[in-house]
Design a protein around this ligand. Structure first.
Ligand code: CP3
Length: 349
C-alpha cells in the first residue's frame, strides 16, 4: 500500500534511540470525552458504532490532531473489540463503562467462544479505519495501533466489566491455572494476528495495554502475563520481519516487573506515575525508550504548576530515548486548554 510521506517522525526516532529536535508527545485516550467535538459526535452515535464505522473512527482519531501539536495519532477503537470478535457481547454504558452481560464463569464456558476467529473478517473494520486514517493524516504524524494484553482482556471476560479487586479473574489463576493458560493462549493467538494486520493496514507503532498488571505480583506476572507479552512481541516482529514497527508495552501498576519487561523485545516501555523515571531508567538500562508518566490529575492543576511538573518530568527522563505521555488515560473532565499547556511545555526547550 502506498501512503503519504511522513513529515513528523520524532516518535519513531525516539523509539529507535535516535536524536530528536524536541521531545515527542502523545496522550493516552487523546480522542475522548474531554473534547467537546467528541462529546458532540458521541451524542449521535453509540460507542461501538463509532469504532465499527471507519469514517467516524477516522474523524474522532483526527480531532485531537487538529487541535493540538501532538506527535502521534492513535486509532480510535477499544481493547474490547477482541472480546467481541471471540463472540461475547460487550456494551458501553454511559457513566458505567464496558459491560459484558454474559461473562465466563467456569472453564466449560470457554467452549462458547468462537475459537477460530477469522481476524480479517471479524476485525476488518479496524484495519479499514487504520488505512483510511493513515491516508487522511497525510503524513502529518505517525499512526499508533493497539491491543489489550491477554491478562487484561481475560479480566474483562470473567469480571464482565470493571472491578476493584479482579477477584473473579484471579480466582481462575489460582483455581484453574491450566484453563487460565488456555484462555490466555487463545487471546495471544488472536492478538498476534490482530497486530500484524494493523501494521499491514498502516499502523506505524503498536502499543500493548496490560492495564490490569497492578492486580498481579511478580509470581503471577511471570506465569500469566509476562510470557504472553513476550511472545506477542516476538511473534509480531518475526512475522513482519523488515516491515516491523516499534512496539510499546504499557503494564499499568506493573513496576514490580520492570526488569522482566525490559528483557522482552519491546522497543518502548510505558510507565505509570507511581514510579520515579530515574529509578525506572536504572532498572531497564540504556537501550529501551521510556514513555510516560505524568499523573493524569496534574492536568487539574493551574497552568503554571502543570509547566513546572512537565519540566521536572523532562529533566528526570532526559531528552534521549523518551516519549512524553501521561501515566494513564486523560480524564473526561479535564480542560482541553490544560492539555495544550502540557504539550507546549513538553516541546519547549
Ligand atoms: O487513546 C485513544 O485515544 C484511543 C482510544 C482508546 C479507547 N480505549 C477509547 C475509549 C484506547 C486506546 C482504549 C483502550 C482501553 N479500553 C483500555 C486500555 C487503557 C486503559 O485505560 O487502561 C481499557 C482498559 C479499555 C476498556 C474501557 N473502554 C474502559 C474501562 C472504558 C470505560 C472508562 C471510560 O473512560 O469511560 C472504556 C470506554 C472508552 N474507550 C471511552 C473511550 C473514548 C469512553 C466511552 C464513551 O465514549 O462512552
Amino acid at each position: 500500500m502506498d501512503f503519504p510521506v511522513l513529515m513528523n517522525d520524532r516518535i519513531l526516532r525516539a523509539a529507535r534511540g535516535e536524536e530528536v529536535d524536541r521531545i515527542p508527545v502523545w496522550i493516552m485516550r487523546q480522542a475522548g470525552r474531554y473534547l467537546p467535538e467528541f462529546r458532540e459526535l458521541r451524542s449521535r452515535y453509540d460507542f461501538f458504532t463509532i469504532c465499527r464505522t471507519p469514517k467516524l473512527a477516522c474523524e474522532v482519531t483526527l480531532q485531537p490532531i487538529n487541535r493540538f501539536d501532538l506527535d502521534a495519532a492513535i486509532i480510535f477503537s477499544d481493547i474490547l473489540v477482541i472480546v467481541q470478535a471471540l463472540g461475547m457481547i460487550v456494551e458501553m454504558q454511559p457513566s458505567v463503562g464496558p459491560v459484558i452481560p454474559d461473562p465466563l464463569k467456569e472453564p466449560v464456558d470457554l467452549d462458547k467462544l468462537n475459537q477460530c476467529v477469522d481476524v480479517a473478517q471479524e476485525l476488518g473494520y479496524v484495519f479499514e479505519a487504520i488505512s483510511l486514517t493513515r491516508h487522511t493524516l497525510n503524513g502529518k504524524v505517525p499512526l499508533i495501533g493497539f491491543t489489550g494484553a491477554p491478562w487484561t482482556l481475560m479480566c474483562y471476560m470473567i469480571e464482565g466489566g470493571g472491578s476493584k479487586t479482579m477477584s473473579k479473574a484471579k480466582k481462575w489463576l489460582y483455581k484453574y491455572p491450566e484453563e487460565s493458560k488456555k484462555l490466555l493462549q487463545i487471546l495471544e493467538d488472536i492478538i498476534v494476528k490482530y497486530l500484524v494486520e494493523q501494521v499491514k493496514a498502516g499502523a506505524q507503532m503498536l502499543q500493548v495495554f496490560e492495564s490490569n498488571a497492578e492486580y498481579l505480583n511478580l509470581e503471577l506476572f511471570n506465569k500469566f502475563s509476562g510470557p504472553y507479552l513476550s511472545s506477542i512481541c516476538s511473534r509480531v516482529k518475526n512475522e513482519l520481519n523488515e516491515k516491523s514497527v516499534p512496539m510499546v508495552v504499557f503494564a499499568k501498576g506493573g513496576h514490580y516487573a520492570l526488569k522482566q519487561l525490559s528483557k522482552f523485545r519491546y522497543d518502548i516501555i510505558g510507565l505509570d506515575w507511581t514510579i520515579d523515571p530515574v529509578e525506572a531508567r536504572e532498572i531497564v538500562g540504556k537501550n529501551i525508550t521510556l514513555q510516560g508518566n505524568l499523573d493524569p490529575c496534574v492536568l487539574y492543576a493551574h497552568p503554571e504548576r502543570i509547566k513546572e511538573m512537565v519540566k521536572e518530568m523532562k529533566s528526570k527522563f532526559t531528552k534521549s530515548r523518551y516519549i512524553a505521555n501521561l501515566g494513564h488515560g486523560i480524564y473526561p473532565d479535564v480542560d482541553p486548554q490544560h492539555l495544550e499547556v502540557l504539550i507546549n511545555a513538553v516541546h519547549d526547550s
